[in-house]
Design a binder for this molecule. Structure first.
Ligand code: GRF
Length: 197
């Protein structure tokens, strides 16, 4: 049984897509052992509680420094002993020490075809550039922002008349397919290796 942890800061639709995939067996032999948020009233955290999953709020405001906050997130995660940590709209940059704790086992999803448009507002930037396609990328997290080796990408067309909202919604649908698929790929690679706790 593989153990998944999810970090989120907001809406949590990717978390729900992952949880649905676990529940339906599309991600087989896995369970979600922790959902952690830096925002106590994040909708995703409420949804995690409704599903009866272990949900933890670790708010930045309760800590004197960014490092102290991250240490607490790390402590909560370590207790859950995840095999894979999935960032799903988690709006904080992870320190190199955090990333090094689960090398190659922290995933992130980003609403662009990386390496195009890392960082904020990628959908708007794709529209402004006049691109005809966009999409999403699931990648392994390294020490950069939205860098790290790609696990998979899904493409979507940019239609004439698209706004930032319509494009974001179309990309989000692709994200909900992409994340469970990417998790399966990474878990399959881990299958031959013992979990590092
Ligand atoms: C998604 O667009 C994801 O790609 C980005 O943040 C957004 C999170 O959405 N990193 P949600 O909270 O999963 O609904």
């Amino acid at each position: 049984m593989r153990r998944l942890a999810v970090l989120l800061s907001g809406r949590g639709s990717n978390f729900e897509a992952i949880a649905d995939a676990v529940d339906s067996g599309r991600i087989p032999d896995a369970r979600i052992v922790a959902v952690v948020s830096d925002v106590a009233d994040a909708r995703g955290l409420a949804r995690a509680r409704e599903r009866g999953l272990p949900a933890f709020a670790v708010e930045r405001g309760g800590f004197e420094s960014r490092a102290a906050h991250e240490r607490e997130v790390l402590r909560v995660l370590e207790e859950a002993r995840p095999d894979l940590v999935c960032l799903a709209g988690y709006m904080r940059i992870l320190s190199p020490g955090f990333v090094g704790r689960w090398p190659g086992r922290i995933l992130n999803i980003h609403p662009s075809l990386l390496p195009r448009y890392p960082g904020l507002a990628p959908q708007r930037r794709a529209l402004e550039a006049g691109d005809t396609e966009s999409g999403c990328t699931v990648h392994r997290v390294d020490e950069g922002t939205d860098t790290g080796p790609t696990v998979l990408q899904k493409r979507v067309r940019i239609e004439p008349g698209d706004t930032e909202e319509t494009l974001a919604a179309r990309i989000l649908e692709a994200e909900h397919e992409a994340y469970p698929e990417a998790i399966n790929r990474v878990l399959a690679e881990l299958d031959d290796r013992p979990a590092v706790h």
